[in-house]
Design a protein. Structure first.
Length: 613
């Protein structure tokens, strides 16, 4: 063990040149990273977390930044300690990927779309370690097995677009670990991942740290992940370090107001125990403000989905015939009551997003009934369907992708009104301004464009647009999964407030169990295209019966460093493929009512007993 830090940031200041003059990215940041230690750097978007890590890799200058002041010391072992800030390009080329590895947040942008996974994994090994092609391929297979990618031999020949988001992120982690770096920088590596895959990857990084003595600089805004991973925590706010200390101290006795506010905004699993209705989170801006009253119960059914099945054809062969079907949604039934929220939870590929899109008929269901306000949407002609879409709207996961970058925000929110010929120009302008007030955006934003807003502000615009036609049902597809914890709390509170005021029903699709517990009246758990358990929020969270529901709960990290998950508790098996031959006839879904309104799927669908415990 070294008696000095492996890496040390001393008085780091990074500036970005803009047409309005220099902008400070981070200002006078200092902290150490010791061998075999995990230092978590936390804070919201724009706090300077990623800028600090990119400086240590000397990648910040490729993004228009420059290290204006400070030292970045790194111990290269036998070669001694160097100041990375002053290292030349040749030295940085040998350090990057070899001695300092980095896992980037967005795997699709950090993988090259024109090279196979195998080529990208072996490249670093051949450049830095001088391995032969055969030895590098063997090591690449070993790395893919380490990050638990199923069928690793097949994956080596595939391209990034052929893998799911979770698999791509695991490939990026394998690439970062390939040369066994002394320091691993992980920049939000699990933000877009499912709870089970996140649990696996956190356990993997932790195990590799223990086995190899690698130091980890872990950047995140998820406080539950911090509690699971950190030895020490550095809290950043607007380019400055506001607090630093051991993980238990930060969680149990935070001294800075910002740290306390950050912890208060985290929805914690189990907080809603004993409560019958959703409840808003306390956030910084609340102060002593009275929180929204609870959303009352209702027995009136707005949406009734019966035995809905949606499949996608898999084409193949010379004549592009249908060779198989993806059973995305299989025999699914549920109800959404007026003014209430039903959440669908599950891992990527379980069919929850397809379920939401099928309800709106953005994806055509193969069979089943979708009753909205007593009318079967499946039977609607295109004209009738267009009229029905006024009643149901969707908020997508990525607001930047669902907003037009070339249109002003006011025009985008007014677009649904224009499409349905509602009001004249001045009435529409008036309604748009009121919608901006409702989602708590200043009217000065009306003439802005999407790129001028933060992620949370863009999501509010998307919500305002969804509300423009006064819908009865909103389908929110992972609407807060990519947002900072405090922004996420604000958007969730906004949705609950709107539900309370306007009586809107919501189908809330998410993989974040703590968020689901906070916002739901009813919860449905999906696996392999089927709902395996459905019931009230209390029955699902306080009395889960299905093995898959239990394993999902077990994987959720708790925002308490004294309740860390152990790797042996997370022994997940890969999800079976939902692709079946054309002539495959699936069985019907049969449920057992274990308590009033609490239904559990009977039979053994796939390999549900996913933990060894």
């Amino acid at each position: 063990m070294l008696d000095h830090p492996l890496a040390a940031l001393k008085g780091l200041r990074v500036e970005f040149q803009t047409k309005d003059g220099p902008v400070v990215g981070v200002e006078d940041i200092s902290f150490d990273i010791n061998p075999g230690e995990t230092v978590c750097v936390v804070g919201e978007s724009g706090s300077g977390k990623s800028v600090s890590s990119l400086s240590l890799m000397r990648l910040v200058e490729f993004g228009g930044g420059e290290i204006a002041d400070g030292q970045l010391l790194f111990d290269r072992g036998a070669q001694g300690i160097i100041d990375v800030a002053k290292a030349d390009d040749d030295m940085m080329a040998t350090i990057r990927g070899n001695e300092i590895g980095m896992i980037f947040q967005e795997p699709m942008t950090s993988l090259n779309p024109v090279f196979t996974v195998g080529r990208q994994l072996t490249e670093g090994l051949r450049v830095h370690k001088g391995m032969t092609k055969e030895a590098a391929t063997e090591r690449a297979l070993e790395l893919l097995r380490q990050v638990r990618i199923p069928e690793p031999e097949r994956r080596l020949t595939q391209y990034p677009h052929e893998l799911s988001g979770g698999m791509r992120q695991r490939v990026v982690i394998a690439m970062a670990l390939a040369c066994e770096p002394r320091l691993l920088i992980a920049d939000e590596p699990t933000t877009a991942l499912d709870v089970t895959i996140q649990a696996e990857i956190l356990a993997l990084i932790d195990r590799l740290k223990r086995e190899t003595g690698t130091a980890v600089m872990f950047i995140t805004h998820d406080m539950a992940v911090v509690a699971q991973m950190a030895d020490r925590v550095v809290v950043m706010f607007r380019g400055n370090k506001v607090e630093e200390g051991p993980v238990e101290q930060i969680f149990e006795a935070p001294t800075h107001d910002y740290t306390r506010a950050l912890l208060a905004a985290v929805p914690k699993l189990g907080e809603m125990r004993g409560k019958t209705a959703p409840e808003p989170l306390r956030i910084m801006s609340d102060g002593d403000r009275e929180l929204t009253p609870v959303i009352p119960k209702s027995d009136e059914v707005l949406l009734d989905v019966k035995n809905m099945t949606t499949r996608f054809e898999v084409k193949g062969g010379f004549f592009r015939r249908t060779v198989a079907n993806v059973h995305a949604v299989e025999d699914v039934s549920f109800q959404v009551r007026s003014g209430q929220t039903l959440s669908l939870v599950g891992e990527s590929g379980c069919g929850k997003s397809t379920c939401g899109r099928s309800v709106l008929r953005l994806v055509e269901p193969l069979s089943g009934e979708i009753w909205l306000d007593g009318k079967n949407v499946v039977d609607f002609s295109p004209t009738k369907l267009r009229a029905a879409r006024r009643e149901m709207q969707m908020v997508f996961q990525d607001p930047f992708a669902s907003l037009n970058p070339q249109m002003r925000l006011s025009d985008q929110v007014a677009e649904p009104l224009l499409n349905y010929d509602i009001g004249d120009a001045s009435e529409r302008a008036d309604r748009v301004a009121r919608l901006f007030d409702r989602v708590e955006l200043p009217r000065s934003f009306l003439n802005r464009y999407p790129h001028e807003l933060s992620g949370g502000q863009r999501q509010r615009v998307a919500i305002a647009r969804a509300l423009a036609l006064n819908p009865k049902l909103i389908i929110a597809d992972e609407a807060v999964s990519a947002l900072d914890v405090s922004v996420q709390a604000q958007v969730l509170n906004l949705l609950m407030e709107l539900q309370s005021e306007l009586g809107i029903s919501m189908l809330f699709i998410s993989h974040d169990m703590a968020v689901v517990e906070r916002v739901s009246h009813q919860v449905g758990v999906m696996y392999l295209g089927r709902i395996v358990e459905i019931g009230s929020r209390q029955s699902i969270f306080e009395d889960p019966r299905h093995p898959y529901t239990k394993s999902l709960m077990a994987a959720v990290p708790v925002a308490d460093p004294r309740q860390r998950k152990l790797e042996k508790d997370l022994n997940f098996k890969p999800i079976p493929s939902p692709i079946f031959p054309v002539d495959h006839v699936p069985e019907r879904s049969v449920y057992e009512e274990v308590a009033p309104g609490h239904m559990v799927l009977k039979g053994n669908w796939g390999d549900f007993d996913r933990t060894d415990g």
